[in-house]
Design a protein around this ligand. Structure first.
Ligand SMILES: Cc1ncc(COP(=O)(O)O)c(C=O)c1O
Length: 296
């Protein structure tokens, strides 16, 4: 996507407790977070000036850091307040917010027990991922070559930078073939998730989704499961094998960035953008905007 590069935008970024001009929000090239991926992050969205599930994202940011063995030097309340301050300072209402923390430069080996932990928050204007009419066509997914690792191989509950290496590789490979994204299997060969979103299927009026036992149990995933159940729809979390894809009628992705995005194809399998998918797209849209201040 063309546009102003992310290191050359206007405004301020909150970094280690204070605002710095966007262009000056730099880290040294010898930072542990860069070389050894000791970095955790959150992707969040604000709708009409209200950050959706902000506190939940902050709790996950702190939990991710704890999984990586470090402590963010700001409380959850401080991070929540800083996110609000960033949004306000940037004058944004519909935006993407990136909060992140990483190990600094005191030690530059695998071990980095005493490195300073840095924290930053940036926000930028980001309307919906796709235009409504585009989204209703559904996106096309390839099958990824890389698999989500065994929980004994990588700490899957952390939203940690290192876990995204195989996601970028998989997404690039899919895009090179003309697909929008890739569906990843897990280390057992079971359906897991897309490279930055969770996956759901619909069959005979019921919703099926893989049990998140080796991949991120997304905040959007849990929100959409709640919305579906509120509407009396049955949601079954279970093992899903790739061969089953032929039997599903609908497929959609969920995630902060993707929101609820219909899928029209996964490799050789085709899906309709059906009523359940559309209902959940609308319900999610209403839910994320429910906290917005009422116009005078
Ligand atoms: C790999 C991966 N899975 C799932 C999700 C969905 O998570 P959430 O709904 O919390 O944004 C994301 C997005 O952060 C992700 O990067």
């Amino acid at each position: 996507m063309a546009g102003v590069p992310f290191d050359q935008r206007d405004g301020d970024i909150w970094m280690d407790g204070e605002f710095v001009p966007w262009a000056d929000a730099k880290l040294h090239v010898l930072s542990h977070g860069l070389h050894y991926a000791s970095c955790v992050f959150e992707g969040e969205r604000a709708y009409e000036g209200v950050i959706f599930k902000s506190a939940e994202h902050t709790t996950r940011l702190h939990a991710s850091a704890s999984v990586l063995g470090f402590k963010i030097p700001f409380t959850e309340a401080e991070i929540n307040a800083a996110k609000e301050a960033v949004l306000k300072r940037q004058g944004l209402t519909n935006a993407y917010i990136r909060a992140f923390a990483w190990r600094g430069s005191e030690m530059m080996g695998v071990s980095a027990q005493h490195n300073t932990i840095h924290t930053a928050i940036a926000a930028w204007d980001w309307p919906s991922y796709f235009k409504p009419e585009e989204r209703l066509k559904g996106i096309r997914l390839d099958m990824a070559e890389y698999r989500r690792p065994d929980p004994k191989t990588a700490p899957f509950k952390a939203k940690a930078a290192g876990l995204y290496m195989i996601c970028t590789l998989s997404k690039h490979a899919a895009e090179a073939k003309g697909y929008a994204d890739a569906l990843m299997l897990d280390y057992r060969g079971q359906v897991a998730e897309a490279t930055g979103a969770n996956v759901f299927f619909v069959k005979d009026g019921k919703i099926h989704t893989p049990t998140p036992d080796c991949f991120l149990d997304g905040i959007t995933r849990r929100t959409v499961i709640g919305l579906a159940r509120d509407k009396g729809l049955e949601v079954i979390e279970r093992v899903i094998m790739p061969e089953e894809l032929a039997s599903f009628e609908q497929c959609f992705l969920t995630g902060t960035a993707a929101e609820v995005t219909p899928v029209s194809e996964v490799g050789p399998y085709s899906f309709q953008v059906g009523e359940i998918t559309k209902t959940l797209m609308e319900a999610y849209d209403a839910k994320v905007r429910a906290g917005a201040p009422v116009a005078a």
